[in-house]
Design a protein around this ligand. Structure first.
Ligand code: EPZ
Length: 417
């Protein structure tokens, strides 16, 4: 199993540029199916989830080229509506192909997407919302069949602002007959980005960035080019690593406008920030404060994807911190590995109580999922001695090259087989 070796105990110091956003890019690949021509996506991150989505696109008949960070998708001819089980099972985000395939081909067959260790991640809201647009579902074992004679706009209320469900409905609604109104829509930047992509291709969407989206169906979309925004979670991970090691870190191209909750958290930790345009400079010399209480929230609240990386920072804070996870039901899996490194974290239901300790010790640990893996990297950077993190493949799902990036910040880190 590929792993990462870190010699910790140094302060990070340096500058790094931020890759394109995984969660903004993935829905664009599904959206490209709606265009009977070529979509060009710039600044697309070279991460395993993107390569898996490319396999799905090619399996339905798209021609794809991915040179550097420029992804070209020719969706002129779709010849298959059965999505390949091997990629769908391992990547929950493939569920957003349902909306796009129904809009394009009026039918799709997809293996029930795997949950994962952070929760069973049902898709009830996706299915109920699509039924409101006229979609009929069949289930055979682990396979879901979806079909619709004609997608007809409707009013949909989401009981929870699900990012994926909002994206799925938008993808189904842009070519539907009539108007669709989504109330209780997610406002995450990754929803805004896919709406902007679709608008550029000719879709009619109002209320972008709010909890009420109004989509007026159009007959067709046009070929378009689009640039993926930098990844706010990757940017946040590296700033938290700078704070954890009391370092001095400069991000060259961060999506500052999407990062308010994290920037406030960094200041509450005691970090000093200087922001100029899309550059963020962090001085983490005094970033040793504990956080009496923090809970993850939907955007613009503190993102659940940075909860584990923050926990690694708080493991060595001066005092007691409490984190409440409100989005996923099992997102504290990394606690046991952090405690093996000397942290003192106690979990009770969806809350973690973190008694800051003076030092963590390097250890052989194992990542079980993407953001827990990022948290172990941060713990390895601040721990004394050597840490070996197995499960690099989880981390590579979202970080294009975390070893390259942290080396830019002066970390003693390398990949190993
Ligand atoms: C997206 O997942 C992101 N993934 C996640 O990032 C992110 O943590 C999450 O949004 C929340 O911001 C991608 O964009 C590819 P949700 P998604 O639907 O769409 C429940 C990462 O690390 N729910 O907003 O799956 C669900 O179980 C990943 O980059 C239902 O109950 O998130 C969860 O508890 C992890 N029924 C909560 O809602 C449904 O039909 C939030 O899920 C749908 C969701």
């Amino acid at each position: 199993m590929k792993s990462i070796d870190i010699t910790g105990g140094n302060t990070l110091c340096g500058e790094v540029s931020i890759q394109g956003s995984k969660n903004a890019a993935l829905p664009l690949l599904a959206a490209s199916i709606l265009i009977r021509g070529v979509s060009v996506i710039h600044n697309c991150p070279r991460i395993t989830d993107i390569f898996s989505m490319i396999k799905i696109l090619e399996s339905i008949g798209c021609k794809v080229s991915f040179i550097g960070h420029c992804l070209e998708i020719d969706a002129k001819d779709i010849c298959n509506t059965v999505l390949p089980e091997e990629y769908v099972k391992v990547m929950r985000s493939s569920i957003i192909f349902i909306g796009a395939m129904l809009a394009r081909e009026k039918e799709v067959s997809i293996h029930y997407p795997g949950g994962c260790v952070i929760g069973d991640r049902p898709i009830d809201m996706h299915l109920e919302a699509l039924q409101r647009l006229g979609v009929e579902f069949t289930e055979e074992g682990e396979t879901i069949g979806a079909s619709v004679r004609e997608l007809v706009g409707s009013e949909i209320f989401l009981p929870f602002p699900s990012v994926g469900a909002t994206q799925n409905i938008v993808l189904a609604a842009v070519l539907a007959k009539g108007t669709t109104v989504i109330k209780g829509a997610a406002k995450e930047p990754e929803v805004t980005e896919v709406c902007r992509f679709l608008q550029k291709a000719g879709a009619r969407i109002q209320g972008i960035g709010t909890e009420t989206l109004e989509i007026e169906g159009v007959a067709a979309l046009q070929e378009t080019e689009f640039t993926v925004v930098p990844d706010r979670i990757v940017a946040g991970t590296y700033l938290l690593a700078g704070a954890a090691t009391r370092g001095a870190v400069l991000l060259e191209n961060a999506p500052v406008w999407q990062m308010d909750s994290l920037l406030l958290m960094l200041r509450n930790l005691g970090a000093k920030l200087h922001i100029e345009g899309d550059k963020i400079f962090l001085n983490g010399e005094e970033a040793d404060k504990s956080i009496p209480f923090m809970e993850t929230r939907v955007y613009p609240g503190f993102p659940t994807d940075l909860q584990s990386p923050l926990m690694a920072v708080l493991a060595r804070a001066d005092g007691i911190s409490i984190i409440r996870e409100t989005i996923f039901e099992d997102r504290f899996r990394v606690v046991k590995e952090l405690n093996r490194m000397g942290a003192r974290i106690f979990q009770k239901e969806n809350q973690a109580l973190i008694y800051g300790v003076k030092r963590l010790g390097g250890m052989d640990v194992e990542a079980e999922e993407l953001r827990g893996g990022a948290a172990l990297v941060i713990a390895g950077l601040l721990a004394e001695g050597r840490t070996k993190i197995a499960g690099l493949s989880y981390i590579e799902r979202g970080y294009e090259d975390i070893v390259r990036d942290l080396r830019c910040l002066g970390a003693k880190i390398e990949k190993s087989e």
